[in-house]
Write a protein that binds this ligand. Structure first.
Ligand code: PHE
Length: 342
């Protein structure tokens, strides 16, 4: 028995020497230590031995088994290391290749635009107030001096939610909400979302973002309004940007006006973007109507106010030269990735 064991050890060591790969080694290990392997076969031989011999033979077999195991572990480590280096040689890695960048989150282009607008106005002494998206008829229309039959109140233009509620069609609701609660002097900027029941197209969407600005104080005039808007627009679009004022109508302001900026794409010469006029409409504005002040418990003989509202999508489209408003809501990474701000 002793001899058989010694012989097996010699065979194993010889075969081990001839083993060149980790795969071969695995096979060798199975051959000797597996369930049907040679060491197991030796143990079968124990049956033929006398009870006195058995413990001694058992010891020999066990120590052979341990020896083989230790050889296998060491040799496997050596072979795997060698194989790894061989693979490095073969599959050469170029460490100078640029790494793959992880996706980095950043603010949506409209959020970036909103932040810029608000930051400039806060720098001019305005402070932020927010109003609800779901609004009552009073704050969206009646308080703002809309007559009951005004077309904006039509189901065609406004999303009514029932129970006297609607989705606000503009951020002007914040004017009434703030003026009825807070005492002048006021300088407020109110960013938010607005909703209109329009056909979705490259130019209009059912929801969009606006920034409302207004001020309430003694002796405010159109000059204050225009100086504020000019300062804002110059800081926002650049000093060289020319602005134009046109009379317009909104029920909650008197006089009402619209402000255009010179089209930057054609430098005022006229192009497709500005419909050959050289000007782009950017906002609506005016002096707050005395009826609105009265609705808020403010005496129009003592105080006056100005207000304006602008569409953020429109400003972003002009600023970045984006031709389709739907891009803002489609979450296409190829579009969003192009806006690198924070
Ligand atoms: N609320 C108006 C709109 O949605 C804009 C506006 C605001 C006009 C304030 C005048 C004064 O178009």
């Amino acid at each position: 028995m002793r001899e058989e064991i010694e012989q097996l050890r010699t065979f194993f060591l010889k075969e081990l020497q001839e083993t060149g790969t980790s795969l071969e080694l695995e096979q060798l290990k199975v051959k000797y230590l597996g369930k049907k392997g040679s060491v197991q076969a030796l143990l079968q031989g124990l049956k033929g031995a006398s009870p006195e011999e058995r413990p001694q033979i058992g010891k020999w077999v066990n120590s052979l088994k341990e020896e083989i195991e230790a050889h296998c572990v060491n040799t496997l480590a050596r072979l795997q290391r060698a194989e790894m280096f061989a693979a490095f040689e073969k599959e050469w890695i170029d460490p100078t290749l640029p790494g793959r960048r992880p996706w980095v989150g950043r603010a949506h282009p409209l959020t970036q635009m909103l932040h810029r607008v608000v930051e400039i106005l806060v720098g001019m002494g305005f402070s932020v107030r927010l109003g609800p998206d779901v609004e009552t008829d009073y704050y969206n229309f009646e308080g703002l001096n809309f007559p009951p039959d005004h077309p904006a109140r039509d189901m065609q233009d406004t999303f009514y939610l029932g129970e006297g509620l609607l989705l606000r069609t503009h951020t002007s609701n914040v004017q009434v909400r703030v003026m009825e609660r807070e005492k002048p002097p006021l300088r407020v900027v109110a960013p938010g979302r607005a909703f209109r029941n329009e056909d979705v197209s490259s130019r209009s969407h059912i929801f969009f973002h606006q920034v409302e600005g207004f001020s309430l104080d003694r002796n405010l005039t159109c000059v204050d309004l225009l100086a504020t808007l000019r300062t804002f627009l110059h800081r926002f679009l650049g000093e060289e940007c020319k602005m134009r004022v046109r009379p317009s109508y909104f029920p909650f302001v008197e006089p009402g006006m619209e402000i255009d900026m010179e089209c930057r794409r054609c430098a005022g010469k006229g192009c497709r973007l500005c419909k050959e006029s050289g000007w782009l409409e950017v906002l609506g504005a005016g002096m707050i109507h005395p009826n609105v002040l009265k609705n808020c418990g403010v005496d129009p003989e003592v105080f006056s106010g100005y207000a304006w509202g602008m569409g953020i999508e429109r400003l972003a489209m002009l600023h970045y030269d984006i031709s389709d408003i739907r891009l803002f809501t489609e979450n296409d990474m190829r579009f969003l990735e192009q806006f690198s701000g924070v």
